[in-house]
Design a protein around this ligand. Structure first.
Ligand SMILES: Nc1ncnc2c1ncn2[C@@H]1O[C@H](COP(=O)(O)OP(=O)(O)OP(=O)(O)O)[C@@H](O)[C@H]1O
Length: 236
């Protein structure tokens, strides 16, 4: 079942076209990975889906259920402690499942910093707090922009396992990242943006790796072919 649909979405900022007629469907219960070079439109696409910016044209359809989001730069109350942020955000979104909140704190190893001021957190812990806040009300669709940034290797593994389980529980997880290799085992669907255009959009099973071993190699080859001026069909 489709939980998010974009139809012919274009976003222009003055003379920059960040998205050009993008069609995209996110299916329930899938891990959807969005990759693309710097400036290709990934953050703009996220912001458009989340209603933080209005598309210049086109349509965005969202599910009736809950949507959670975590951004590249963490968003929380810097003047409050970690525990206070969790309480305030729980109240704001109406999250009442204390056991789930405790599970998030344990999974993300936030227990050690519960009484620390959020302003003083290291980059990795700030990211973890942001992730916990995004997950507080168990969103049906979770959008995460570069969720592994600043996390140590053990925390990365734990988060990847957690996101896999979250998907397996029937939720959609959409991740925008430059770290396709790390997400590769989870990917059900890959979308590649290049200069505002969707140049790859396929379920994993439909992606033909050819001589290549990994999705990352496929992605890099495709982008390099586009930079040489070849069409996406030429680079198959
Ligand atoms: N508020 C804005 N005003 C003007 N141009 C913008 C704005 N936001 C994004 N852009 C432009 O839109 C294009 C797409 O930017 P976007 O941030 O969506 O790319 P990205 O794929 O997320 O990049 P990165 O991987 O570097 O984070 C870029 O050319 C960027 O400069």
């Amino acid at each position: 079942m489709a939980v998010v649909e974009l139809r012919n979405v274009t976003k222009r900022y003055d003379d920059v076209t960040a998205l050009t007629g993008v069609d995209l469907t996110v299916q329930q219960g899938t891990f959807h990975c969005l990759v693309g070079p710097n400036g290709s439109g990934k953050t703009t696409l996220f912001r458009t889906v989340l209603g933080l910016t209005t598309p210049t044209s086109g349509e965005v359809s969202l599910p009736d259920g809950r949507i959670g989001c975590g951004f590249q730069r963490a968003n929380f109350y810097r003047g409050l402690t970690v525990a206070e942020n969790l309480s305030v955000f729980s109240a704001l979104v109406g999250a009442t499942d204390d056991a789930w909140r405790a599970e998030l704190v344990t999974t993300l190893r936030l227990d050690r910093v519960m009484d620390r001021s959020a302003a003083e957190l290291s980059g990795g812990f700030a990211k973890k707090l942001d992730l916990a806040l995004a997950l507080l009300d168990k969103p049906d669709v979770l959008f995460l922009d570069e969720p592994l940034g600043d996390l140590d290797d053990v925390s990365k593994n734990r988060l990847l396992d957690f996101l896999g389980e979250y998907r397996d529980a029937g939720n959609a997880v959409v991740v925008s990242t430059h770290h396709l290799t790390e997400f590769d085992p989870l990917v059900d669907h890959l979308t590649v943006l290049y200069d505002g255009d969707v140049v790859v959009d396929a379920d994993r099973d439909a992606l033909s790796l050819g001589e290549r071993d990994t999705l990352h190699e496929l992605y890099v080859d495709r982008i390099m072919a586009l930079e040489r001026g070849e069409s996406s069909a030429d680079s198959e």
